[in-house]
Design a protein around this ligand. Structure first.
Ligand code: NDP
Ligand code: 2IT
Length: 444
């Protein structure tokens, strides 16, 4: 049995109840076969794959807090520190009722390779809780965040592990968590990224994931003799990543016509009105029905359906496994030429295969959405030197990081004779650097 198959079998046995984690490991290990096969003896002896698929450590803890009625509520908190071979653990905190250990592990595992691709010194980690911020008062969110950080602060630090936002964790939550960390530890340090601009945040961090997604998509299209300008774009999600992806796509002369949330989706034949979307989602924290009510050109549909809209480019920006085989078939039938993942693992394995086999350019999340964590690393640099860079400076660094990521994965795919397979290219390029560091540091 090949080394990859042997490790895949072991990982499946050990983590049988974690389907998302198994899906992520399967995708990465399968696409690493050319590299592993070329170094099989060394990697087997050094147990490289067993080590990289097992987190350094994982924390699970009780998060008790008091709701507005005086009732005590209990959530479960997680932090998985996956791999710190190339830098302190770095990765977001997801607050969503679906969160469990397997989901945090899949996100932490992806983060190892994503962070490596940024070319910045950050390791892989992820955390979160099954707490649902939706419908909670600001006081309830604060109570949860303070309780969550009361435990989490034991395991993190500016040179140890630096969390950030993800689904359900935005500027409000990061602010409450930062305040609690500072109070308990009495240290003012860059322990979180995505902070407010008045207390150590970086310009462009809010926009970074969506903007970065478009910088990479534009470069991918350009290198395949296509232009982003004039393209019709289908976007899913209506949160941080989706909003700024839509904004940058418009700035590039493309026309995003959809967005979605967990209850329904919008088709706007005139193109999405970003100011209206921001008002509804960032200020009012309301549903997309309000968007349709305010825009005569918009239709609201219940449930799922964004991928049925005819588009040139699809940008899934909501959550994992939101684009399945049926959706992929529909996209191909409608003439879609490119899919770039703003979310983490939004495309199922079957759908990815179908899209690639049908000539659709496919940029995987660990490359395409790396602009968020890359800008987090730039926030860490600014905190270390106690300076703040201008919007233009951070934005131009972000753009060059995304362009470099695309060329690194394109080159890696070509080196291993899988030209155009950007999934393999991203995994190979991300893996090579981490493994070199792991081997140099011995058995640890
Ligand atoms: P937000 O919480 O800001 O927005 C998430 C959006 O996706 C909302 O519109 C939400 O709808 C929708 N959504 C979430 N879960 C589901 C679900 N189970 N079914 C349908 N819709 C859902 O999160 P972000 O925009 O920050 O994150 C989106 C994706 O991007 C995630 O996969 C995240 O891991 C990834 N990502 C985020 C980065 C960041 O910097 N924020 C960086 C890199 C990747 P509703 O409001 O109704 O729940
Ligand atoms: O998935 C991700 O890369 C994020 N949620 C951002 C992580 C970060 O540390 O900025």
């Amino acid at each position: 049995m090949s080394y990859v198959d042997e490790v895949l079998a072991k990982v499946k046995t050990k983590n049988a109840s974690e389907p998302e984690f198994l899906q992520a490991v399967e995708e990465v290990l399968n696409s690493l076969r050319p590299v592993i096969d070329a170094n099989e003896e060394l990697y087997r002896k050094e147990a490289v794959l067993e080590r990289i698929t097992e987190p350094d450590r994982q924390f699970m803890f009780r998060v008790p807090w008091v709701d507005d009625k005086g009732q005590v509520q209990v959530n479960r908190g997680f932090r998985v520190q996956f791999n710190n071979s190339i830098g302190p653990y770095k990765g977001g905190l997801r607050l969503h009722p679906s969160v469990n250990l397997g989901i945090i592990k899949f996100l932490g595992f992806e983060q190892i390779f994503k962070n490596s691709l940024t070319s910045l010194p950050i390791g892989g980690g992820k955390g979160g809780s099954d707490f649902d911020p939706k419908g909670k008062s600001d006081r309830e969110v604060m109570a949860f965040c303070q309780s969550f950080m009361t435990e989490l602060c034991k395991y993190i630090g500016a040179d140890t592990d630096v969390p950030a936002g993800d689904i359900g964790t935005g500027a409000r939550e990061i602010g409450y968590m930062f305040g609690q960390y500072k109070k308990i530890r009495s240290v003012y340090e860059g322990v979180l990224t995505g902070k407010g601009l008045s207390y150590g945040g970086s310009l462009v961090r809010t926009e970074a994931t969506g903007y970065g997604l478009l910088y990479l998509t534009k470069e991918m299209l350009k290198c395949n003799a296509k232009d982003i300008a004039g393209k019709t774009i289908a976007v899913s999600g209506a949160g941080n990543v989706a909003i700024y992806a839509i904004q940058k796509a418009q700035q590039m002369g493309a026309k995003p016509v959809t967005c979605s949330d967990s209850t329904g989706w919008i088709y706007d034949s005139e193109g999405i009105d970003v100011a209206l979307l921001k008002e509804i989602k960032e200020v009012k924290r309301a549903r997309l029905t309000e968007y349709a009510a305010a825009r005569p050109s918009a239709e609201y549909h219940e449930g799922k359906g964004v991928w049925s809209v005819k588009c040139d480019v699809a940008l899934p920006c909501a959550t994992q496994n939101e684009l399945d085989l049926e959706d992929a078939k529909q996209l191909v039938a409608n003439g879609c030429i490119a899919v770039a993942e703003g979310a983490n693992m939004p495309t199922t394995l079957e759908a990815t295969k179908y899209l690639q086999e049908n000539g659709v350019l496919f940029a995987p999340g660990k490359a395409a959405n790396a602009g968020g964590v890359a800008t987090s690393a730039l926030e860490m640099s600014q905190n270390s030197e106690r300076l703040s860079w201008s919007f233009e400076e951070v934005d131009s660094k972000l753009e060059s990081i995304m362009v470099n990521i695309f060329h690194n994965l394109d080159d890696a795919a070509k080196r291993y004779n899988v030209a155009g397979d950007y999934v393999a290219g991203a995994n190979i390029a991300g893996f090579e650097k981490v493994v070199e560091a792991m081997l140099a540091q011995g058995v640890c």
